[in-house]
Structures are given as structure tokens and as C-alpha cells.
Write a protein that binds this ligand. Structure first.
Ligand SMILES: C[S@@+](CC[C@H](N)C(=O)[O-])C[C@H]1O[C@@H](n2cnc3c(N)ncnc32)[C@H](O)[C@@H]1O
Length: 328
């Protein structure tokens, strides 16, 4: 079906390039807000990476986006190089770097699958949410292994797709028709498969003169509210589409992310979980009371992360070392 000419595959980095400058990828210097769940997570990530790479001489941040977490951990290491395939992300990272005044960070455009560094250049490599977005993970992990020193380490953060609220939040927009301001009809559909854990996000343009287009345009509810939740699958909608753009993302749980690293030549793999402190405080009605301690709580969460069951946490933190055995 995806071989049909109306289907166009878009790589994850292109999606990030489009949303550069918006929301969490805005060209602003992050001011962490005490009552924001997301900010607690970001602060914990900074502490986890800081603990993992403290004292390293040369660190590579792959898929650095606008500079999180490099900008916050730079003072604990010798030099950090951040690379991203999106030029627009790098432009913002450079702006933030100029404003930060740090002199030991370099941000540049680069591809994880084709790193422009000699063998064994780095003593640590970090990936903050970027592994799941890399289109060629095998090639990228081989490149990571090549540029990592034999006694170096990798630290990686990913969302845990077994965590229920991650799942629920992500599925809010499944199967929706939307009437845009320009009068075109869009359809968004998210398909999630388990084993392999994969998510495909379809964005379609419906032909407004097709039977489906006409039906929608004669629906008073749709015309009034400009949105309609649909029971239809992508296969049912496909015949009425002019274009279907889709992107695919593999998603991880603790077991899958460990196998990915193991299969690609890494050993001593340890996965821990984090991203529950906010939930715990929230369920006890304590967020506003404890908010002034946000930084300390985030540090505490990073410290106890190794004790948390990765299966029950929203996020996964993985550290590992290169295995000297050659992987084909
Ligand atoms: C989820 S964002 C994370 C950005 C940043 N690390 C953060 O935590 O805010 C993933 C980033 O990986 C980048 N990316 C995806 N594929 C890439 C590739 N092959 N090489 C380099 N960067 C890539 C995307 O452009 C995007 O900026």
C-alpha cells in the first residue's frame, strides 16, 4: 500500500526541522517552571546526564536539537560537540550558545549515520530522546561505536512506551478529520503496533470532490466545529486521498532498548527508570507545596533512578560501554 505514489515517507528529523522554533524548541533560554511536569522531567534528565559524563574530556551529543541537555552540563566536562541533522535546530542551538557565554560547546549540522569524526574521538556520547528518531539505527549505533573510545560510554534517554500515560497522551489525536482555514480537509491517523513497537503517523489530504470529501462537506457538525473524530482506518480513507504523508518511529521499552544496544555491539547495559516524582507528588496533592524544591527533587530523582523499576516509569535512562567483539 505504501508503494502507492500518493504515499510520501518523511524522516523524523524533517518533522523536527518543521517544528523548530515552536513550543519546547523555541529560541528562548529555558526558564524552568515549578508547576510544569515537563520541566521536572527536563531537570532530571540534566542531572542524569551530568552524573553519567562528569569529568569526561570530550562528549558528543547526538540529535542535540536546540541544545538540551548540552548547554546545562557543559561546565562539568572538557568539550561538548552537539550535532543535529536539522539546520534550523542547530541555528537555534548556536543562538542559545552565544547567549550562554559557554566556550566549550560546538553545535554543528551532522548525521548520526555518517559521523565526520575520526575513530575513538569521544570518551562519552549522549542521546537525549534522539535514538527513536534516527532512521538508520544500526548504522548510527555502528558510527557511535566507531567514534567512541574503547573505554568510553554511551548515555541515552528515551520515552518508555509501556508507561500508560505516555500511551494515552499520545493517542488523543488519533483518527481526526480537520477542515483547515483554506478549506482543505486533512485526516490524521496514528497506528501503533506492538512487537515490533512501531508508531506510524499518517497525515492525509482528502480530495474534497471525492465521495468522502462531499459527505464531510455536507455534514453541518463538521462545517461548524471544523473537526470530526472518525471511526475510519487509514485503509478506508486512502481511496479518497490526494496525498498521504507518513513518518515512522520505533518506540522502546526496557527490553527492546537493551536488545538494540546489545545487537549492535555494546555491553554492560544498565537501564533505569525516572519520571515519576511529579506523578507521586501530584497524586498526593503536593506539587504546589513542593514546587520551590523542584531542582532538589529532580536531583533526588536522578539519584534514585537506579532503584526504580523501569517498567513502571515514564522515561528510560540507559548507560553502556562498547563491546570489543566485532559485530557484523
Ligand atoms: C526528540 S528531538 C531531541 C532534541 C534534544 N536532544 C532535546 O532533548 O531537546 C530529536 C532530535 O534528533 C534529531 N535527529 C533525527 N535524526 C537525526 C540524524 N540522523 N542525525 C542527527 N540528528 C538527528 C532531530 O532533528 C531532533 O532535533
Amino acid at each position: 500500500m505504501k508503494n502507492h505514489p500518493i504515499y510520501k515517507r518523511v524522516e523524523q528529523w524533517e518533522i523536527y526541522d518543521r517544528i523548530t522554533g515552536q513550543g519546547i524548541y523555541a529560541d528562548v533560554d529555558k526558564e524552568f517552571l515549578s508547576a510544569e511536569r515537563y520541566d521536572w522531567t527536563l531537570l532530571t534528565e540534566i542531572e542524569l546526564f551530568r552524573n553519567a559524563v562528569k569529568g569526561c574530556k570530550k562528549v558528543l551529543d547526538i540529535g542535540c536539537g536546540t541544545g538540551h541537555p548540552s548547554l546545562y552540563i557543559a561546565k562539568d566536562v572538557g568539550v561538548i560537540i552537539g550535532i543535529d541533522k536539522s539546520e534550523r535546530m542547530i541555528e537555534i542551538a548556536k543562538n542559545r550558545l552565544r547567549r550562554s557565554g559557554a566556550d566549550n560547546i560546538v553545535f554543528e549540522v551532522g548525521d548520526a549515520g555518517n559521523l565526520k569524526f575520526p575513530d575513538e574521538s569521544f570518551d562519552a556520547i549522549i542521546l537525549c530522546g534522539s535514538l527513536a528518531t534516527l532512521s538508520d539505527k544500526k548504522k548510527s549505533l555502528q558510527e557511535i561505536k566507531r567514534v567512541l573510545m574503547k573505554n568510553g560510554k554511551v548515555a541515552c534517554i528515551e520515552a518508555n512506551w509501556l508507561y500508560q500515560s505516555t500511551h494515552e497522551r499520545h493517542f488523543q489525536r488519533e483518527g481526526n478529520f480537520v477542515l483547515t482555514e483554506k478549506g482543505s480537509i486533512r485526516y490524521r491517523y496514528v497506528r501503533r503496533s506492538v512487537r515490533p513497537h512501531k508508531e506510524t503517523d499518517y497525515r492525509c489530504v482528502i480530495n474534497s470532490k471525492s465521495a468522502l470529501g462531499k459527505k464531510l462537506l455536507s455534514n453541518p457538525h463538521f462545517l461548524k466545529h471544523k473537526t470530526l473524530k472518525a471511526e475510519m482506518s487509514i485503509e478506508e480513507v486512502e481511496p479518497y486521498c490526494d496525498e498521504i504523508e507518513y513518518d515512522e518511529q520505533e518506540s522502546f521499552d526496557a527490553e527492546i532498548i537493551v536488545s538494540l544496544f546489545a545487537e549492535n555491539g555494546f555491553k554492560d547495559i544498565v537501564v533505569s527508570g525516572y519520571g515519576i516524582m511529579y506523578d507521586l507528588l501530584d497524586s498526593a496533592g503536593l506539587v504546589s507545596k513542593m514546587a520551590s524544591y523542584m531542582k532538589e527533587l529532580s536531583q533526588a530523582e536522578a539519584t534514585i533512578s537506579r532503584l526504580l523499576d523501569p517498567l513502571r516509569t515514564e522515561m528510560l535512562f540507559l548507560v553502556c560501554k562498547p563491546n570489543s567483539t566485532i559485530v557484523q
